[in-house]
Design a protein around this ligand. Structure first.
Ligand SMILES: [Zn+2]
Length: 193
């Protein structure tokens, strides 16, 4: 920050001074919880008019606090869910029904997902197999392929092959197991019709 302490205020031209301590911020009214306090913060403040310059790290902390208060997953949490499910950014964007660029902005923190997308990501985290079932219902041809596959499968073939046939992607073993069971139920219903 040493170089930045020499910066001039954009508002009045006076010297910006470095401040350290608890940074207090009053968020907009749509963010619940009142004044935010970030401990051990560093920022610049104009000695004359009080204009502030907030470094990127502090700004990110305030944004994350705001997201948490609004009940939204943080960018790192979204990324962790995607990686746990073994999905590419393209694949998860497709399942969520958003553009890949939109999705990558959530993961990098450049924009904030809305509550309904946040709900979908949480659902996918808890029940990824439901998204495979929806895909199978939407695409009857694929459902038939899955049914054929079940017909030929016997019990001897590996879970990963079935998961890939159903999901068109690599999945971890636990998820693959859940996908297999959910699809078995879906195909059973399809055959009963
Ligand atoms: Zn100033």
């Amino acid at each position: 920050m040493e170089g930045e302490t020499m910066k001039k205020c954009q508002n009045c031209g006076s010297t910006m001074e470095e401040r350290r301590g608890s940074y207090r911020f009053v968020p907009p009214s749509n963010v619940p919880g009142g004044t935010m306090v970030v401990a051990d913060a560093t920022w610049l403040e104009c000695e004359n008019c009080g204009q502030q310059m907030i470094p990127a790290a502090l700004n990110r902390k305030l944004e994350e606090l705001s997201m948490t208060r609004q009940g939204l997953l943080l960018p790192a949490q979204i990324k962790a869910i995607r990686e746990k499910l073994g999905l590419s950014q393209t694949a998860i964007a497709e399942r969520l029904g958003v553009g890949e660029k939109t999705y990558t902005r959530w993961e990098s923190g450049r924009s904030m997902q809305n509550k309904s997308s946040d709900n979908l990501i949480r659902l996918m985290d808890r029940s990824p197999e439901q998204f495979a079932v929806i895909e199978a219902q939407r695409n009857p041809e694929r459902t038939l392929k899955i049914a054929d596959y079940f017909g030929q499968l016997g019990r001897q073939q590996g879970e990963s092959q079935l998961a890939m046939a159903a999901h068109n992607a690599d999945l971890d073993v636990e998820t693959a197991k859940r996908v297999r069971e959910a699809l078995r139920q879906a195909v059973k219903k399809q055959k009963a019709k």
